[in-house]
Write a protein that binds this ligand. Sequence first.
Ligand code: ADP
Ligand code: MG
Length: 394
Amino acid sequence: MRARDLSSLLAEGVQGRRVLVRSDLNVPMHDGVVADDARIRASVPTLLRLTTAGARVIVVSHLGRPGGERRPALSLAPVAQALGEALGRKVAFCSDCIGPEAEAAVAGLAEGDLLLLENLRFHAGETNNDAHFARALADLADDYVNDAFGTSHRAHASTTGVVPWLERAAAGDLLLGELEHLETVLAPEHPFVCLLGGAKVSDKLGALEALTTRADVLCVGGAMAYTFLRAQGRPTGASLVEPSRVEDAHRILAAAVRAGGQLLLPVDHVVAERPAPGPYRTVREIPDGWMGVDIGPQTARAYGEACARARTIFWNGPMGIFEIDAFGAGTRAVAEAVADSPARSVVGGGDSLAAVRATGVGDRITHLSTGGGATLEYLQGLELPGLAALGRRA
Ligand code: ADP
Ligand code: MG
């Protein structure tokens, strides 16, 4: 199948066609209410273009990790309501994504109508990419649009399995916009500065490896920094170190030297007795029994200076346990520095975006990527199954 964009699909015509749209409506919920509708609003343009062109639009998404079981707390019903408000029109909802009920709901759609189906992951077949499930989903529609970049690194039924069973497949506007912004990071203007943080080296090993050789400066923070410090034989106290990744950290440090880039590690730390509110202090060497919970102010300054000189910045992963206010200063300082820099800046990752929003600098960052894992894989140059299914590659 040749690669299509939403615009070419619309040019070919969608009037009266049943179009299955894989959106990313995986929003944070709080007591059955949508807590942040950013992803819902981001999904609107593609849906509006389709309804305006007279398509019968069938929207599917996952919400959370119900593990193949019907979990009422993870129902998309409240999202249908919020999506209706964002679109300014009624969105029908069906409490199953396949089967007779879904078939009846689709049969009732008039041209320009919109239907949201229940959480795909209430069926194990979604994440298993089960052929029967994929076929049942695909049979609801004629054409397919993928607008969910954040799940395109997963070969799930709704991202890959359905594609062969639908007549035409296209990339949605949100997904295309994401690729355009990530392109500027894949072919960056130099200096190219990367900031990587978060919990584990093991989560981001591939990204660390790829970005070490591509970035002019790679600033490492968060818990993963301590595995690197251990590799250098520095004291790490009770910090989260992944002993099985110390060798990898060694190799990455050596690769950075060979590539002629700079890999910066924290030179000072905020340490606490436990990863919870309580006593803490700033140190240059982590004492026994204390754990690193944030980069120190001197480190934040150094990372900030690297950002100030950059032409391109990519940031994923908080610099510390930013959910606890006292351990969030390093992450906030980096967010400010990324926003203040004249560089093109891309920030990706659920927690990283939460940190950016909490700091109130989101509108001064060039692009807030909807992908976490997908963004990291794309920047490594890996083939993303959901994109490959549309005939696109990194
Ligand atoms: P993202 O969602 O942006 O990709 P991650 O999920 O990889 O980011 O990492 C975020 C998590 O890392 C946060 O929950 C944060 O508390 C944790 N974290 C950051 N620094 C530390 C640290 N020093 N010790 C323990 N956890 C940390
Ligand atoms: Mg996260």
